[in-house]
Design a protein. Structure first.
Length: 125
């Protein structure tokens, strides 16, 4: 029960962070491309890389805290379903090249971010 509560609370925090970051980045970036969702996915992947190494391999913490942060906060923060909807909307609106560029940018940068985050996590502890 403790794990479920930690995940639920973390998920609420992550969802609020996602909303705030998406609105903030979206307000600064040019329109016509889902920059907010892309930035959240890349930042979330980076943080997941760092925290997965630190919390799972380097630091002894309770399972509830680990699950609350990794599954809850970062699960609520990253936005794969929103990514899918943004891609579909771009394609449906006739911007197939933007949809393709968004998929490539999201996958490549998120993979690089998680790898960089894991490397950094290993350096920090």
């Amino acid at each position: 029960m403790e794990n479920l509560l930690a995940i639920a609370l973390g998920g609420a925090v992550g969802a609020l962070l996602r909303y705030g970051c998406t609105v903030w980045v979206g307000g600064m970036a040019p329109r016509g491309f889902p920059w907010g969702t892309l930035s959240v996915n890349v930042v979330g992947s980076f943080l997941l890389g760092v925290l997965a190494v630190i919390l799972a391999q380097r630091v002894s913490i309770s399972p509830a805290v680990k699950h609350g942060v990794i599954i809850g906060v970062l699960g609520g923060f990253t936005t794969f379903s929103t990514f899918s909807l943004d891609t579909w909307l771009l394609a449906e609106e006739g911007y197939g090249w933007r949809a393709g560029a968004y998929v490539v940018a999201s996958v490549v940068t998120a993979l690089c971010a998680v790898a960089l985050g894991a490397w950094l996590g290993r350096q920090l502890v």
